[in-house]
Design a protein around this ligand. Structure first.
Ligand code: PAF
Length: 250
């Protein structure tokens, strides 16, 4: 049985009772897919116990419409956690995690301003703030993040170093569908036609000679482009199909 914690003090009290065991932590915003489950399974093999959080973090959404339409599948998520034997789910209300009403924020001044940060103002302040809260709350030994959100991963690693956070940040490779599309909660919002076309995104990202050529090819196929750029030895991209925003990196 997966034990659900909706209250911060309740989790904090409980955490004291498992202090001799190693704890792995997988933060999510729900709408769980195989990519999330891979992080959880890794955590379960590397730690005595694993906690997952499901919290659609409002402060990382710069577009209220995006927040409203973010997929929410609580019943299915809980069943998936139970099916793989995740012992703890932390899923509090907004007021539990933001008793300060977001008066206190973590902000990074360089890498958070490019790529997704340039297109989603304030996004990474929201991500870093909630991740710091969750790491402090869970007091986990290890926390697991996917490389699909590569910029997010780098910023979280940087924050952990900057603030001497004792939790080890573990990077996990991107899981892909058979046609190469990176697994993402947002994929379920694509129409069947968009879903078919979406597989072109990682293909072009990987194969185009230059970022400019990738932009041109993807535009021709009907994608709106936020950016395709190269940083840190990777090519990273964010595109839109209708209202659905997809990110990836190769
Ligand atoms: O990657 C995500 O799902 C979110 O950005 C995270 C890390 C759970 C913070 O809300």
């Amino acid at each position: 049985m997966t034990q659900l914690f909706q209250s911060v003090p309740e989790w904090q009290e409980f955490k004291k009772t498992i202090s001799g065991k190693t704890l792995g932590f997988v933060p999510t915003m729900g709408a769980l897919h195989e990519g999330h489950l891979a992080l959880m399974k890794k955590s379960m093999t590397e730690n005595d116990l694993t906690a997952v959080s499901i919290f659609v973090n409002p402060t990382q959404f710069n577009d209220p419409n995006d927040l409203t339409h973010y997929p929410r599948t609580p019943k299915e998520d809980f069943a998936l956690l139970e099916s793989i034997g995740v012992p703890y789910l932390i899923s509090p209300e907004i007021s539990e995690l933001y008793p300060d009403q977001y008066r206190y924020q973590v902000s990074e001044k360089e890498e958070s301003k490019i790529l997704c940060g340039a297109h989603r103002p304030g996004h990474f302040d929201g991500v870093l703030t909630i991740v710091l809260k969750l790491l402090n709350l869970t007091q986990a030994d290890r926390a697991y993040f996917g490389e699909k959100d590569f910029q997010q991963l780098r910023l979280i690693q940087g924050m952990a170093k900057a603030f001497f956070i004792p939790t080890e940040i573990i990077a996990c490779p991107t899981l892909r569908e058979q046609d190469g599309l990176a697994m993402s909660s947002r994929n379920r919002r694509l129409t069947p036609e968009q879903r078919k076309l979406a597989a072109t995104f990682p293909k072009v990202l990987r194969e185009a000679k230059t970022p400019e050529k990738a932009i041109q090819d993807l535009r021709t196929q009907g994608f709106d482009i936020d950016y395709i750029e190269e940083h840190w030895g990777r090519r990273l991209g964010a595109v839109k199909l209708g209202a659905v925003r997809l990110i990836d990196n190769v």
